[in-house]
Design a protein around this ligand. Structure first.
Ligand code: FUB
Length: 339
């Protein structure tokens, strides 16, 4: 393994200063997508493992093979691991790398959305269905038609429509798509061009297909101009999430190589969204990925870091912390370790 571990004394110091502790420590978990279903908190994370694949910039060492659902009766309750909810061997179209999932509930059915690579090395997004939020989930035989890239996040609007936000650059392959078509010739835009943005599509009433052609969502700066590809502190990288607060739509995401969770605000599920600031400062570990949900009037941020594994990027642990919306609609920035 080419990743270096943090020294024991640094790990001990980080544990003491950590804003919150891992929700579970018996397995590594990451990319927590949290929802309140039936009055409980259900978290749909990636299940990190040491797959024995050498570290590379494509993220092949993130070689996950199944999902576990973590539940909490309330924010103060112990987190419960509900066992294997879906295994890659039961997904006919997928061959490897089960990355960040999300879930949705409609009419008594629960839908687990997840990215994985096919045999040809391309990511697609699949769906699996259960009568219980804990699973087990049964995978549809094929991936969602027209889906690509990674990190699906499904948002239910107040009018009962569901929208999927997805995409991630570099290992997530979004840079190889234009107008929903793949070409290895397509790449990241040049520095002064608008940055690549995430994709949004409304889900069909069956929850297993898109109701419309997926489109890019725009993230604009304070002057109404698209964020540029060179603006690594603010441009979209991966880890889409949507929540609604006081009638406004908050699209949040990871900036990847600069390690921030940022947010932008819009007036409808498609945007455009205007960049509004940082939600989470960098954590220990390369990746940062989050979700936001409300429980009994208090908002929470769910996130991960690599302190438990002593800094190993692909062995992460999910955490949660209270999140505050200020009166002006801004979100207070969270720093994950006390100084
Ligand atoms: O967990 C694998 C990948 O790492 C996720 O899909 C990304 O968002 C990053 O957290």
């Amino acid at each position: 393994m080419s990743e270096e571990q943090l020294a024991p004394e640094i790990v001990e110091d980080l544990k003491q200063r950590a804003l919150s502790q891992p929700l579970v420590e018996h397995i590594y978990t990451a990319d927590p997508s949290a929802h309140v279903f039936d009055g409980k908190i259900y978290i749909y994370p990636s299940h990190d493992i040491e797959a024995g694949i050498p570290f590379n910039d494509n993220g092949d060492h993130f070689g996950m093979t199944d999902y576990h659902v973590i539940s909490l009766d309330s924010p103060q309750s112990p987190a419960v691991d509900n066992g294997v909810a879906l295994d890659i061997k039961d997904v006919p179209w997928a061959s490897r790398q089960m990355w960040a999932p999300d879930a949705a509930h409609k009419n008594g059915q629960y839908y687990l959305y997840f990215p994985a690579k096919r045999d040809n090395g391309l990511f697609q997004i699949g769906v699996a269905i259960s009568h219980s939020p804990k699973g087990p989930f049964k995978a549809e035989p094929e991936a969602i038609p027209g889906s690509y890239s990674i990190d699906p996040a499904v948002f239910e609007d107040d009018d009962g429509q569901y929208y999927m936000y997805y995409g991630g650059i570099w290992g997530g392959q979004l840079q190889h798509y234009r107008n929903n078509q793949y070409s290895v010739e397509y790449d990241e835009p040049t520095d002064n061009s608008p940055a690549l943005c995430p994709i949004v599509a409304r889900l069909d009433s069956d929850m297993t297909s898109f109701a419309e052609t997926p489109r890019h969502l725009q993230i604009l700066d304070e002057d109404g101009e698209p964020l540029l590809a060179q603006d690594h502190d603010r441009r979209f990288f991966e880890a889409s999430w949507m929540h609604k607060h006081n009638g406004k739509y908050y699209f949040s995401y990871s900036t990847g190589n600069t390690h921030y969770i940022c947010y932008s605000i819009g007036d409808n599920p498609y945007g455009p969204f205007t960049y509004a600031g940082r939600i989470l400062n960098p954590v220990i570990g390369w990746t940062t990925h989050h979700s936001i949900c409300e429980y009994h009037g208090q908002w929470y941020l769910f996130y991960h870091d690599s302190v438990l594994s002593k800094g190993i990027t692909h062995l992460r642990s999910i955490k949660m912390a209270p999140l505050t919306h200020n009166d002006d609609g801004s979100i207070e920035t969270i720093t994950p370790y006390r100084s």
